[in-house]
Design a protein around this ligand. Structure first.
Ligand SMILES: *[C@@H]1O[C@H](CO)[C@@H](O)[C@H](O)[C@H]1NC(C)=O
Ligand SMILES: *[C@@H]1O[C@H](CO)[C@@H](O)[C@H](O)[C@H]1NC(C)=O
Ligand SMILES: *[C@@H]1O[C@H](CO)[C@@H](O)[C@H](O)[C@H]1NC(C)=O
Ligand SMILES: *[C@@H]1O[C@H](CO)[C@@H](O)[C@H](O)[C@H]1NC(C)=O
Ligand SMILES: *[C@@H]1O[C@H](CO)[C@@H](O)[C@H](O)[C@H]1NC(C)=O
Ligand SMILES: *[C@@H]1O[C@H](CO)[C@@H](O)[C@H](O)[C@H]1NC(C)=O
Ligand SMILES: *[C@@H]1O[C@H](CO)[C@@H](O)[C@H](O)[C@H]1NC(C)=O
Length: 465
């Protein structure tokens, strides 16, 4: 008993003084209601993060970070990659105007060229410009005598063609030789990292029947997976995903390039047709992540035991202007008003018992039943925006808006909100399986309440198994 106060004291002393060496946070800014850069930096400090990653080279943020101990990752925007790839002066000019004014007082340590370039199929030229642009940026840094900044590029897991079992993973054939090999050669030569956006959440959410939630949440519950190819045993989904990358890199001849996690996290809310997005799961995942990365010596992964893995949690804030399904706007550790969505100590030193109780999760099972996509109503809805969204929805698909034409069964009431609700439901039913969302710039929302009336039947998405 006498020991307890002493232990508690030393725990407090440690947790106040220390930051997590490996852990950082992504500071995304796709919100119209976010705190200022200096307020944001104060919030980052309360997380005890050692690193911060931004999605551009925002001068206000870089200035606000000046003199802080935070190590900073800056991004070269996708739009200028092609210019930089073929023009050393353009690369030099970017580094001169964006980096030099802040370096070294702002501890810029990573320069990421583009964001998930290889997931973007509409401009494949960018794929082939990526590595040349990275080489030029590295050369510019060297020309300016900046030698402690790594150059990389964050890639989504769709760089892999197969990822299961991990030992069997390969890169996509459309990029393996043409992009991945030169990329890995560059990363190996410059002693940089393969920066991966790794989300156990998405893998589990797509396979909730075959993957145990606990395994995705990094809980140490004794659930294991033995990879028949390598003989290695996995205790969590994140390691499995990371080792899939290692196997794919090994297959193209670069098995020793280090891996960093450019993004990972868990959403706290989402749409009705999304599963497992809640505060309990998000807090559990990110707390366990902090603990895993804090182990000293580092845990690494089964294929690479003992290797430290720099990790950036996604994300600092809930970002209300992110398009896509509801989870997209709910990855934050903080609400835009600066309140925490849940407590998390990224040093990994705080035991679960030192946190308060978490709300019981309600949506860990897939929703079954009908869902409609309707227009939000209320004073704050902008009628001209809603009209545009209605026209857009009606212009997509086949017969999307037939039923709301004059004289048809859903024409009356002839109101913008009711016509838009019909159009959104009809659009969503046709396009959901192709990746269409019930979002419409924030004007639409899912509902389980049938808006049909009389002979007017609103199209519904039916979720079974
Ligand atoms: C790329 O370079 C061309 C020619 O120098 C210039 O006109 C264009 O504005 C540049 N694009 C960007 C995005 O900087
Ligand atoms: C290369 O970039 C520089 C600086 O942005 C620009 O002035 C020049 O016109 C570019 N050259 C070409 C050939 O696009
Ligand atoms: C690994 O991949 C090969 C080729 O795609 C396949 O034939 C084999 O069955 C896979 N191995 C396992 C254990 O799934
Ligand atoms: C990777 O870098 C190491 C150390 O610089 C070097 O010995 C090795 O040959 C490189 N690997 C490849 C495949 O180029
Ligand atoms: C901050 O915003 C969240 C979410 O809207 C809300 O629940 C919380 O009460 C707010 N906190 C303060 C201090 O206003
Ligand atoms: C509605 O949104 C448009 C732009 O989308 C804007 O120009 C207009 O001022 C808004 N109207 C109101 C009443 O807020
Ligand atoms: C609309 O009909 C065309 C021709 O039958 C078909 O190719 C297309 O996939 C349909 N679109 C949707 C969204 O169902």
């Amino acid at each position: 008993m006498g020991l307890f106060p002493l232990l508690l004291l030393s725990f407090l002393a440690l947790s106040n003084a220390e930051v997590s060496r490996m852990m950082g946070v992504n500071y995304g800014q796709l919100g119209d209601n976010l705190p200022s850069p200096s307020e944001s930096i104060n919030l980052i400090k309360t997380l005890k993060a050692a690193r911060v990653k931004i999605y551009d080279a925002n001068p206000e943020i870089l200035k606000a970070l000046s003199g802080t101990p935070l190590q900073v990752s800056v991004m070269v925007p996708n739009e200028i990659i092609s210019n930089i790839s073929s023009n050393q002066s353009a690369a030099d000019e970017w580094v001169r105007s964006k980096i030099l004014p802040f370096y070294p007082k702002t501890r810029i340590r990573i320069l990421l060229v583009g964001n998930e370039i290889l997931s973007e199929y509409s401009n494949k030229q960018l794929w082939y410009d990526l590595v040349p642009a990275m080489r030029r940026v590295k050369r510019s840094l060297k020309n300016h005598n900046i030698l402690n900044v790594k150059v990389g590029t964050p890639l989504a897991m769709d760089a892999l063609q197969t990822s299961f079992p991990p030992s069997n993973a390969t890169f996509r054939p459309d990029i393996a030789g043409t992009v991945m090999r030169p990329l890995l050669q560059f990363l190996n030569r410059t002693k940089s990292f393969y920066f991966a956006d790794v989300y156990p959440y998405f893998v589990w959410a797509a396979n909730p029947k075959t993957i145990k939630l606990e395994y995705a949440l990094l809980k140490r519950t004794g659930i294991t997976y033995a990879d028949p190819g390598s003989g290695l045993t996995y205790t969590n989904l994140l390691d499995q995903q990371l080792d899939a990358l290692v196997a794919a890199m090994t297959r193209v001849g670069f098995g020793s390039v280090r891996v960093a996690i450019a993004e990972t996290g868990w959403p706290t809310a989402g749409d009705i047709d999304q599963i497992g997005a809640n505060i309990y799961n998000a807090a559990t995942y990110n707390r366990n992540l902090g603990r895993k990365m804090a182990e000293d010596p580092p845990l690494g992964t089964p294929a690479r035991p003992g290797r430290a893995i720099p990790t950036f949690v996604f994300s600092l804030y809930n970002e209300n202007k992110k398009p896509g399904p509801g989870t997209e706007r709910n990855w934050g550790l903080f609400y835009p008003n600066g309140s925490r969505v849940y407590e998390v100590d990224l040093t990994g030193r705080r035991p679960d018992t030192a946190y308060g109780p978490l709300p019981v999760p309600l949506n860990d099972e897939p929703y079954k039943g009908k869902i409609w996509c309707v227009a939000k109503s209320g004073k704050r809805v902008n009628a001209s925006d809603l009209g545009s969204a209605l026209s857009y929805a009606c212009g997509q698909g086949n017969g999307t808006c037939d039923a709301i034409q004059r004289g048809k069964e859903c024409y009356k009431p002839n109101s913008l909100v009711s016509h838009a609700s019909y159009a959104f439901s009809s659009y969503w039913l046709q396009f959901r399986s192709m990746g269409g969302n019930c979002y419409f710039g924030g004007l639409a929302v899912q509902t389980t309440k049938d808006p049909s009336y009389g002979s007017c039947q609103y199209p519904a998405v039916k979720l079974t198994d």
